[in-house]
Design a protein around this ligand. Structure first.
Ligand SMILES: NC(=O)c1ccc[n+]([C@@H]2O[C@H](COP(=O)([O-])OP(=O)(O)OC[C@H]3O[C@@H](n4cnc5c(N)ncnc54)[C@H](OP(=O)(O)O)[C@@H]3O)[C@@H](O)[C@H]2O)c1
Length: 333
């Protein structure tokens, strides 16, 4: 029996963690739910019982086996170290991902990096996770040199306000009216549009999201010199991130050999021939779907199409898997 806390339980990722725990084999005797003062007193259901949501307070994490933090980075910066004095914290924000003392973990790829953690474990970005789950088995077999990535990212990657914005704008566009996007969390209009801008630009001209995919994937794969070319694009889809990925390897690679490797790769569901997955297909699923594996421009290059549910394997499922690896959910040690 375990004692679990979720900070940001009323958000998209926090609620997904709750639903995954609810449907899993985990025996939970103490569940504490936290969010902002706005949600204080609200009730959330978990296995036929109602739990009250409290304003997040580090003292509330005393005596827990593990806490899932699903808050924005500026809140995580202050609150995660305070909570980590009481229990291991698995943090979904970008705040700690590149700190050398904090492991950045995808259980299928680098579970060994959890060893010696100091109670803070970072969960990678929702585009980085499917990317490394798909390319790591190919790297182990063929030696990865370079990645070219173009992402097609759903609006739920930007939280519940972004999902509302898409819903609102879509209604206006359907009535042939111009929606008001002035205060949109996504920047420009998203309905009937695509936006190549997720988080602020850096001095190289990369966006924050592109920088995350570049730096985090190199760290998780243990390849600090890896070349990653990334363009991240927001598309008018509610849930499910899609990635067009091309890779260059240290040796000649045939598509059929890559498929042989991917067929048995942990966390991967491979589709072959003309069968491919879309965001609609992957919703509610914990797999990273890989399809359209084919020869690239060179004999040492491959291209593929990678899709995952950003709220599950891209966020909550990965965090729950980390807690399982830590032996904090009573299902493994
Ligand atoms: N969405 C994704 O696909 C995804 C994937 C990977 C990583 N992430 C990261 O995960 C984190 C959560 O994302 P999300 O999509 O779940 O966001 P979200 O839907 O906007 O939810 C945000 C959560 O934070 C709470 N919160 C807001 N202000 C607060 C405050 N001042 N004090 C305490 N709690 C506060 C909200 O509570 P109220 O309901 O009370 O406002 C809500 O529970 C972010 O760091 C995000 O970058 C998200």
């Amino acid at each position: 029996m375990k004692r679990i806390g979720i900070a940001g339980a009323t958000g998209l990722v926090g609620e997904t963690v709750l639903r995954i725990l609810e449907s899993g084999p985990h025996k939970i005797e103490d569940l504490r739910l936290f969010a902002s003062a706005r949600s204080s007193g609200a009730k959330m259901k978990f296995r036929d019982q109602e739990y009250e949501v409290h304003e997040v307070d580090p003292i509330g994490f005393q005596g827990l086996d593990v806490a899932f933090f699903c808050l924005e980075a500026d809140l995580a910066r202050k609150l995660v170290p305070q909570a980590a004095k009481h229990c291991p914290v698995i943090d979904k924000s970008s705040e700690f991902r590149l700190k050398p003392e904090v492991p950045l973990v995808v259980p299928e790829v680098n579970p060994e990096s959890l060893k010696g953690h100091e109670n803070i474990i970072a969960n990678p970005n929702c585009t980085t996770i499917p990317l490394v789950v798909a390319v790591n088995p190919l790297h182990r077999e063929f030696g990865l040199r370079e990645i070219w990535l173009a992402s097609y990212q759903s609006v739920s990657g930007a939280g519940k306000a972004a999902v509302e914005q898409l819903r609102y704008e879509t209604e206006f566009v359907a009535m042939k009216q111009k929606p008001d996007s002035k205060d949109s969390p996504l920047g420009p209009q998203i309905a009937d549009n695509v936006i190549p801008h997720i988080a602020d630009f850096d001095s190289h001209g990369n966006t924050g999201e592109e920088a995350k995919t570049i730096k985090e994937s190199a760290r998780i794969l243990g390849l600090p010199e890896l070349k990653v070319n990334s363009t991240c694009v927001r598309v008018p889809v509610s849930v499910g991130h899609a990635l067009a990925v091309s890779c260059r390897f240290e040796q000649v690679v045939k598509a059929k050999d890559a498929q042989r490797v991917l067929k048995h790769a942990p966390g991967v569901t491979l589709r072959t021939g003309h069968d491919y997955a879309t965001p609609v297909d992957c919703r509610g699923n914990d797999s990273v779907f890989v399809s359209r594996v084919r020869q690239g421009a060179g004999t040492d290059e491959l291209s593929m199409w990678v899709v995952t549910d950003n709220l599950r394997k891209g966020a909550a499922t990965n965090a729950v898997q980390i807690a399982e690896l830590l032996g904090k959910l009573g299902v493994s040690s």
